[in-house]
Design a protein around this ligand. Structure first.
Ligand code: SF4
Length: 278
């Protein structure tokens, strides 16, 4: 792994003034999956892990894609600078609720640098979070817009926008230590994980198992409103509370346009998450 930035001009340079950029020019850069494991394991705080993941370059295909999208851009955003970097976890450092998605959208999080910000999925999601008291504003359009998560945190299972919204299994596995570290650092406060979609649901179980929770066998099936309580494995941990895992259909355009998921369906899941987190 190397110290300092090695970013092409296709991505925002760390420390160059982007609102909320967690990294600086001295943030270490992961260039391999082994680097990710080492840098994630040694991160001492959520701020550390956010900085390190936001400059990660471990997956060649995803680095090329995210930076290429940042150059070509969508016509409606042609005048904007795209973030073009991994989108780090974001929100309350003492969150009791973690909202887990698949990966940043090419012209959403990959453009704005904040997960579920600046795309249609985020419009539906943040409106619901606001109604449920988990977000300070009903809209999330850009880094620096004043949006804030309340007792909640948001992350993607894979931190870089993938082509066709489909990460490869090796990319998911390479990225997993970042999320594992966030789970470790949230351990004292975390009570609920809301998985937005099947992919996030699938990605979470091995990480919870790796964090010392007893995972039901067979693994619970994903569904909207699915709810599973997982307990800590060790006797010391048994004194701690477990974590409830909730399933929620992803608020993708396809799902919202077809009515598979609606605002009130999201509200039901997030209100339940709030109940369980108290
Ligand atoms: S997907 Fe994850 S591991 Fe791969 S380059 Fe992006 S941040 Fe790094």
């Amino acid at each position: 792994m190397a110290e300092g930035p090695a970013h092409a001009a296709t991505a925002v340079r760390p420390g160059s003034g982007w609102p909320g950029d967690p990294a600086t020019t001295s943030t270490p850069v992961a260039r391999t999956a082994a680097d990710v494991r080492a840098l994630a394991a040694s991160a001492g705080s959520l701020a550390d892990v956010a900085a390190r993941e936001s400059v990660c370059r471990a997956c060649d295909r995803l680095v090329r894609w995210r930076e290429q999208v940042a150059v070509t851009r969508r016509r409606s955003f042609a005048d904007e600078t795209y973030w073009g970097r991994p989108v780090p976890g974001w929100g309350d450092d003492r969150a009791s609720i973690l909202i887990l998605g698949l990966a940043p959208a090419a012209h959403g999080g990959n453009r704005t640098g904040r997960i579920f910000t600046g795309d249609r999925s985020g419009d539906v999601l943040f409106a619901s979070l606001w109604r449920c008291g988990l977000a300070a504003q009903p809209e999330s359009v850009a880094a620096g817009d004043g949006q804030r998560l309340i007792t909640a945190r948001m992350a993607a299972a894979v931190r870089c926008a993938p082509p066709a919204n489909k990460p490869e299994p090796a990319e998911r596995d390479a990225c997993a230590p970042w999320l594992a570290t966030e789970l470790r650092l949230l351990r004292d406060s975390l009570r609920v994980v809301v998985c937005l979609g099947h992919y996030a649901w699938q990605a979470l179980w091995p990480l919870l198992a790796g964090s010392g929770y007893v995972i039901p066998r067979p693994r619970p099936a994903f569904g909207h409103g699915a709810e599973v309580m997982v307990a800590p494995a060790t006797s010391r941990q048994r004194a701690e509370s477990g974590v409830s895992v909730l399933g929620c259909y992803h608020p993708s355009q396809q799902n919202t346009f077809t009515g598979k998921v609606t605002g009130s369906m999201l509200d039901a899941v997030f209100n339940r998450a709030r109940e369980l987190s108290r």
